[in-house]
Design a protein around this ligand. Structure first.
Ligand code: DAH
Length: 339
């Protein structure tokens, strides 16, 4: 019997188990109920008692060897099948998500595109500014409340260096370097010391516009802004200019567009008025031209400034400003546009 065991050990070691069929044959031959090892156990019962100890140990070793070989071969075959799967060229492709631009960028790009079409270029200025460019050159009197600590973030203790509170500062930066004609747009971030809520934030975005040349009139301003409103909110859109005050424009106005939700009938977005305020504008104050080295006897100009968050809110019907800053992908994913 010991010879039989030895020859089975050799047979098992030599057996081929590199395919599912061969492995099944191996199992039938050695490990099944009628297989060689079961038969050995059957004959073992008739063996003389003194031989049992040695032979029993050998048969058990044989069984372990067969089982181990079977388990290893099975695992190898399964692994091979799994890695073949990874190269299955007939499987459908994995879809991957395409990112989308932030709604503030989309809106800003669209504003720029609309004005590009009527000849406005784009310029930028610094976010950390001096008092001259943000306030003094723009005709803000020294005691004007906009300079107040409550509105403006100052850099350290130097009251001359601050975070710009509006992009109108870039008007001054461009005019001091360029003689008319100037027809340009200034997009950028602005900063104001305000408590964060659904309707206010301490960081937001503006787009400023400036047109300075000979014979620029209020009619040009109005027509330019009407064109913008129709392009941005649809051909049916109407505009309304209300008298207002800004230190750097005279006369000054605020512009409303007919409500983008109800079309002017009155709803809860426009608080029943049919109108939504979207920007400030006016004819550049002659003092501002003079402060920036442009001859107010020869040139006139208009300027306007709008909040990008505000325009985006109206365009996409977003009710809470804070959503723009939280970067929750469930919010951001919803904006797909050509811009
Ligand atoms: N700078 C103003 C603000 O931040 C907006 C503004 C009003 C800009 C009138 C202009 C303008 O260019 O003419 O509230």
């Amino acid at each position: 019997m010991i010879d039989k065991i030895k020859s089975l050990v050799e047979d098992i070691k030599q057996s081929q188990t590199d395919s599912a069929e061969k492995l099944e044959q191996f199992r039938l031959k050695y490990l099944s109920k009628k297989g060689e090892i079961s038969q050995l156990f059957d004959s073992f019962r008739t063996v003389a008692a003194e031989e049992k100890k040695v032979l029993g140990a050998e048969i058990n070793k044989l069984k372990q060897l067969a089982q181990q070989k079977f388990d290893e071969a099975k695992e190898n075959l399964e692994n091979a099948a799994a890695s073949n799967d990874a190269h299955d060229l007939t499987r459908p492709g994995e879809p991957y998500e395409v990112g989308s631009r932030h709604p503030i960028s989309l809106t800003k790009n669209e504003i720029i595109d609309i004005f590009n079409r009527i000849g406005f270029t784009v310029s930028e200025g610094p976010e950390v500014e001096d008092d001259w460019h943000v306030f003094s050159s723009l005709n803000f009197p020294p005691e004007h409340p906009a300079r107040d600590m409550q509105d403006t973030f100052f850099i350290e203790k130097d009251p001359d260096i601050l975070l710009r509170t509006h992009t109108s500062s870039v008007q001054s930066r461009v005019m001091e370097k360029t003689q008319p004609p100037i027809r340009s747009l200034f997009p950028g971030r602005v900063f104001r010391n305000e408590a964060i809520s659904a309707r206010a934030h301490c960081i937001f975005h503006q787009v400023e516009g400036l047109y300075v040349a000979e014979n620029v009139s209020f009619a040009d301003l109005k027509q330019t802004l009407l064109y913008f409103a129709k392009e941005m909110f649809g051909a049916e859109t109407k505009i309304r200019l209300r008298p207002s005050y800004f230190p750097f424009t005279e006369p000054s106005a605020e512009m409303d567009v007919s409500c983008t939700i109800c079309g002017g009938k009155g709803c809860n977005i426009c608080k029943g008025t049919g109108w939504l305020e979207i920007l400030g504008c006016g004819m550049v104050d002659p003092n501002v031209l003079k402060n920036n080295g442009i001859d107010p006897e020869k040139y006139t100009g208009f300027a306007f400034g709008m909040g990008v968050e505000r325009i985006a809110m109206l365009k996409y019907q977003v009710r809470d400003l804070r959503l723009y800053f939280e970067n929750d992908v469930r919010f951001l994913k919803q904006f797909k546009s050509a811009y």
